[in-house]
Write a protein that binds this ligand. Sequence first.
Ligand SMILES: Nc1ncnc2c1ncn2[C@@H]1O[C@H](COP(=O)(O)OP(=O)(O)OP(=O)(O)O)[C@@H](O)[C@H]1O
Length: 350
Amino acid sequence: MPESTDTALTQIASRTEGARIVLDRVSKVYPGQDAPAVDAFSMVAEPGELIMFVGPSGCGKTTTMKMINRIIEPTSGSITIDGRDILSLDPNELRRHIGYVIQQIGLFPHMTIAENIAVVPKLLGWSKQRTSERIDELLRTVQLDPGVFAERYPRQLSGGQQQRVGVARALAADPPVMLMDEPFGATDPITREKLQAEFLRLQESISKTIIFVTHDFDEAIRLGDRIAVLSERSQIEQFDTPAAILAQPANDYVRSFIGQGAALKRLALIPIESAALGPMAAAAAGHRIGADESLRDALDLLIVTGVPAVGVVDSTGSIIGSLTVDRISTALGADASALAATRADEGRSV
Ligand SMILES: Nc1ncnc2c1ncn2[C@@H]1O[C@H](COP(=O)(O)OP(=O)(O)OP(=O)(O)O)[C@@H](O)[C@H]1O
C-alpha cells in the first residue's frame, strides 16, 4: 500500500545523520533524445558516506544526482532513501529534506544572509527563535561571525564566503542527505583548498550522506569516502575508495583519469603515523613534522630542505622517530600490499 508523503518525509527527516540511498537501474532519457543520458545506474550510498561522482563533461553526473531530489524526473528505475520510495513522494516536500549546494551558489540577492539561510526553516514552519538560533549556529559552523555577516547581502561577501553561506543554507533543516554539484568549482585554487578542508572537518561532525559531483579527480581523492568514476551515460567504470582506485585502477579509462603521479596522490592519503619510523637520533636538527600529517607532506619537507631524515613529532611536540625517503617508499609498498590483501579477503567473503 502506498505510504503517505507526510509519514515517509517525517521518517526521512527525523534521521538527521546520514540516510542510506539506493539507486536501482535508474535511467533518464531527455525528451526528443534517442539515447539515454543515464542508463540503468545502480548504486548504494551508506549512511554518512561522502560519495564523489567524477567523470568528463556530459557523462551524466549532474543528471544522475538531480534525480535524487527530483529536480530531474527519472524515466525508469527506483530510488529509495532509508527504504522510502522517493518517487512516490511530493517532489517539493522532498527537496526541503535534502540539502542542495550548487556552484552558482544561488543565494537570493535581495535577501540578507540570515534570510537566505532561513528559507527552508520558514517553509517548514519553524518559530522565529528556533530559526534565528539555527542561523547563528550555522554561520559559526561555516566560520562566519553572525554579528558581522547575518545582516549583510550576498554581494557584500567574497566568493568563498558566499559558498560557505550556500553550505550553511543547505544544512539549515539538518537534512540527512546533501547533494553538492561542483560546489567549490568557481573559487580560486587557494580558497578552494580552504573550503575543501573546512568541509571535510564539518562532515566529520555532521556525518551526512553526501553525493558530490566534480570533474576534478584530485578533489574526489581528497574528499571522498568512495569515488564513482563515470563514463558516457553514467556507466560506472569503478566504484571504490580513493586509495583502492589509485592503487588498482580497474581499467585504462580510470587510469587516464588518475593521470600522472598516482604514487604521489596515494602518499597524500597515508598518515605518517602508519609508517615504520627510524631512530630519533637520525633526524636532522630543526626539521620536524607532525605524525598526523601525510607521507606526501613528509616527502615535500625532505625534498625542500634536502636533509636525509626529518623528525616526526606527536601532538605534544615530542619527537617520536624519523622519516627518510626510503622509509616513505617502504610504507607506500606496505600500504599497497595491505590493500591487496584486504581486497582478496573481501573477494573470498563474497
Ligand atoms: N535538459 C536536457 N535536454 C536534453 N539533453 C540534456 C539535458 N540536460 C542534459 N542533457 C544531456 O545529457 C547528457 C548528460 O548531461 P549532464 O549535465 O548530466 O552531464 P555532466 O556529466 O553533469 O556534465 P558537466 O560536467 O558538463 O556538467 C549530456 O549529453 C547533455 O547534453
